[in-house]
Design a protein around this ligand. Sequence first.
Ligand SMILES: [Zn+2]
Length: 178
Amino acid sequence: MPHRDPNVRKMRDRERARRWYSNGENRRRKLTRMAEWRSSHPEESKERKRACYRKHATQYRAAAAAYHSSHRGDKADYDRVYHPAYLKAHPEVSRAGTAARRARKVSNGPVERILPSEIWKRDGGICGLCGLAADARNWHLDHILPLALGGPHTNDNVQVAHPSCNLRKGARRALEGG
Ligand SMILES: [Zn+2]
């Protein structure tokens, strides 16, 4: 029986949705359906993402600012772990990293042909990590679920990222032992 107070109704719906989503099987099915929809409706998917960004631009920017201020130490961490001077002094680390990356790309399942220009268009040039506009001449292709964690090299698993955001993510993972 729906409650007559719309606020109570909204809260109950939200609670029901949360319960449904906390079930791993439901969540997995939903994410799969969403991914299928996105790959069969690339244009609509892109437009929706843009519309969502336009609608919530203020929140996006606030979230990004909060993220940056709470991860201020990451840059120092990154410099310590992956500083070019460090890699130059330890070529075996750099080489091993590249070889391992190549091997993982293959072992993590299907390897799709990925056209960076298509990913850029699909994402509307927005960094998937901080939600801000990226630079078309200088951006990274980020693996949403990193290759190192079993993520596949597929169109669905890559996104546009600022080089700094992408490197921060990698450095954080390295520090966490991921
Ligand atoms: Zn970013």
